[in-house]
Design a protein around this ligand. Sequence first.
Ligand SMILES: Nc1ncnc2c1ncn2[C@@H]1O[C@H](COP(=O)(O)OP(=O)(O)OP(=O)(O)O)[C@@H](O)[C@H]1O
Length: 255
Amino acid sequence: MSVLELLGLRTGHGRRMVSEAVDLCIAAGEVLCLLGPNGCGKTTLFRTVLGLLPPLAGQVLVQGQLVQHWPRAEFARRVGYVPQAQAGVFAFEALDMVLMGRAARLPLLARPSRADRVLALACMQRLQIAHLAARRYTELSGGERQLVLIARALAQEPALLVMDEPTASLDFGNQIRVLEQIAVLSAQGMAVLLSTHQPEHALRVATRIALLGRGRLLDVGEPRAVATPSALAGLYGVGEAAIAAHLSSGLSAAA
Ligand SMILES: Nc1ncnc2c1ncn2[C@@H]1O[C@H](COP(=O)(O)OP(=O)(O)OP(=O)(O)O)[C@@H](O)[C@H]1O
């Protein structure tokens, strides 16, 4: 069974449609990467998948059940979200932010156990940010905050992880670390839906790539069959030769 199914989905804000006729499914262990230009509707699609925006038409099913029918606490156990890097509002310690990933797994009003703290710290260690555990989230850099949000999603252990440009504000080493963690999570059976503005990241980590143009899904399939220089040239409105040169230099650097 698919972990996530989008059937004839139309997304938008109020009555303003952003994309329509989106049909996609993601199975356990798959990494589906969404590529598309600024403003094409990737975040809108993610927020609709998360039940934060109502679909204008069509259906979103998580583990076979309509998103709006999941009790929120159950849904929070199954679906993790790493939003685009956010400024912190509350001055929690970074470890407490990561521990919040365990919250949906605890009985009502229960405090995290020692085992939860050990697991949260282990998630920070996986991303090499354990040294930030006692720092205030509000005082971290954008990239450090992004890594804390990713550690929080790791601690949550969801069936589906939605990541909105997870590598956007990270340095080169941390980009690689996060891509490696995505590969580990999918090998463990997690379904991952993510977006990126770096096609070379998608080629590196995705099991399938979806191209979202303005208003509709243009293609979905095997990464190298979908993210071709000619398709990317059309998607982003730049020359095919420039795309080919960029991708080949990125791939040889990554090889
Ligand atoms: N809260 C909102 N109310 C109305 N329109 C919105 C809202 N948020 C986004 N939009 C519009 O919806 C469209 C899609 O925006 P969205 O943020 O989903 O794009 P995106 O593909 O994630 O962009 P980017 O790559 O720049 O992050 C844009 O035209 C945007 O202006």
